[in-house]
Ligand binder design. Structure first.
Ligand SMILES: [Mn+2]
Length: 322
């Protein structure tokens, strides 16, 4: 039995869906007799990869940054900021394995994996169509309105709340193989999913009330600082539901392993000329996509995180008055 370790973007619907799509592909097109292990990766200020972790017979990274470690056999990513440094980008450019893929044009990494493996390896993506459909909607923020994105009426959106907010390290490793066994509405009803979801729905309501109080909504930028509250994993559309005129949002939040600056743009308030938020975050050591980026600081680095967030908010406000 071949042991395949799949490293995926943790606490992310697309990251977990990508791990499931990779599993379906690998099992059907590469090696049917494989055992899968799922390991979530989070962006942080230092030590992104644990060198001890790549010990599977096969190691794959999906929806996360490139690693030049020779033990990594497969890589798929769609982030603009896919490389930690120029040496990694060059390492990828020289790769001739035919098993490492990067295309920032895809809305989701799950649909990227499904398309590439269908073309190159004859994978049949029909069984993962519901997953890739929702990964595109969620990663691409293709909801009808901010209210719809916050109301969480669809099973995939409720599931996203559980994925982003769960603190159980075994939750996603259990959920990922179940994506391939149940449609999303049935998956949502499973006991272990409901156990995560019910308290998080309550917290989602509380977060909306808290955000309503502390949101600073001026000059087309919704600014918020949640560092006094342990609230990583909030729904990122709440600022736009509360402040519909905002073109951008800038937030600071804090968890045990990082202080995070999140920079986003309002999907329902786009202008012909938008700032590239990935490039803006890269100046502070972060990254992301053109329309959404983030910067990770060490957990106790509150002051520099706040300063970066305030500078970015000021810069975005200034870009809107020109
Ligand atoms: Mn993604």
């Amino acid at each position: 039995m071949r042991e395949v370790r799949v490293f995926f973007h943790d606490k992310c619907f697309d990251g977990s869906a990508s791990a499931a799509v990779f599993t379906a592909f690998y099992r059907s097109a590469i090696h049917p007799d494989s055992r899968f292990e799922y390991l979530g990766l989070a962006h942080k200020a230092s030590n992104l990869f644990d060198p001890e972790a790549f010990r599977g017979d096969e190691n794959a990274i999906v929806d996360f940054k490139y690693s030049s470690d020779p033990r990594v056999g497969w890589w798929f990513d769609h982030h603009q900021s896919a490389f930690l440094n120029a040496a990694d980008a060059e390492h990828f450019r020289r790769d001739r394995s035919g098993r490492k893929f990067h295309d920032p044009k895809y809305r989701s990494c799950a649909s990227f994996i499904a398309h590439v493996t269908a073309q190159r390896f004859g994978f049949d993506p029909a069984p993962v169509a519901e997953l890739t459909h929702w990964a595109d909607i969620i990663d691409g923020a293709l909801f009808a309105s901010a209210e719809a994105a916050v109301a969480l009426a669809e099973p995939a959106l409720k599931l996203t709340l559980a994925i982003e907010g769960s603190r159980r390290p075994d939750f996603l490793p259990r959920l990922i193989p179940d994506y391939l066994r149940y449609p999303l509405d049935e998956l949502l009803q499973l006991d272990y999913v409901q156990q995560e979801l019910v308290p998080l729905l309550e917290r989602h309501r509380r977060t909306q009330a808290l955000m309503r109080e502390l949101l600073d909504c001026r000059g087309g930028v919704a600014y918020f600082d949640l560092t006094a509250h342990d609230l990583e994993g909030y729904n990122k559309f709440i600022p736009y539901a509360l402040c519909p005129a905002a073109v951008y949002s800038v937030g600071v939040s804090r968890s045990s392993f990082r202080t995070k600056v999140s920079v986003g743009s309002n999907p329902w308030q786009t202008l012909p000329e938008m700032e590239n938020l990935a490039s803006l975050c890269e100046r502070y050591g972060g990254g992301g996509h053109p329309r959404v980026g983030a910067i990770s600081f060490e957990p106790d680095a509150l002051a520099p995180a706040r300063q970066a967030a305030q500078e970015i908010a000021a810069r975005l406000r200034a870009s809107l008055v020109q």
